[in-house]
Write a protein that binds this ligand. Sequence first.
Ligand code: NAD
Length: 261
Amino acid sequence: MAILSGKPFEGKKALILGVANERSLAWSIAQHLHEGGAQLAFTYLGDALERRVRPLAESVQAEIIAPCNVADDQQLDALFQQVKDRWGHLDYLIHSVAFANKEDLEGRFVNTSREGFKMAMDISAYSLVATAKRAEPLMEGRNGSIVTLSYYGAEKVVPNYNVMGVAKAALEASVRYLAYDLGTKKIRVNAISAGPVKTLAAAGIRDFRTMLAAAEQKTPLHETISAEDVGALAAFLCSPLGKHMTGCTLYVDSGAHIMGA
Ligand code: NAD
């Protein structure tokens, strides 16, 4: 946090959705916010992940550790009620959640089922809208920041990314519409388009190793990125340094997005 010296997030409250384990991009973001002095709340999906998430959350003195399936409105309502009861307000919302059926992340996109399409869109794109709507009254007027995670497959065809690319396109468009709606409340909304990082979610994409190898061989910097890079950019976006940035999709991908064939 070289340029963000001191405790830029002292007294700030951050809700983090999407930690599954210590490799999660959301965990790196959480660590950056914690180092900067923020108080944190975490969610987990199901009992199996609770066992992974709870010790991590406790290691950064999290004040809320709650279950949340973003496809379930009641769980979303309960989560934001808990945040309201405990903190009364919120400064940062980190949305680092995505899911698609494994069979929809390989082969031909044309074979995507209606149910598979709907589920990927619901969990990976609509959930940003659902969480932003609930966060809005808690974040109003605080110069807060909403950050979500995207990937270049939103813009160009990346074989096997398939329905997730379509969901990420909807996510990035949602970022722009949310930024417009929430701007009057002084809430910023941005997406980070990250290069491939080996995480639990990434393991669901067929031939992910090929994506990693391409990131190393074909990008201008000839290096893969790390979760740390994503954490640092998210911290920047939450900090006063990013105070006039909203509606953006920012790349941290060693320059992959500028390359043609
Ligand atoms: P991850 O598996 O650590 O995180 C994905 C999270 O989504 C998990 O915590 C999982 O519990 C959560 N999730 C899935 N379905 C959910 C649901 N119904 N309700 C609530 N939570 C749910 O993997 P990650 O790579 O850290 O992924 C985080 C975000 O980053 C995702 O949006 C992903 O698409 C994006 N991203 C990842 C990469 C990469 O290469 N790893 C690159 C660009 C973007």
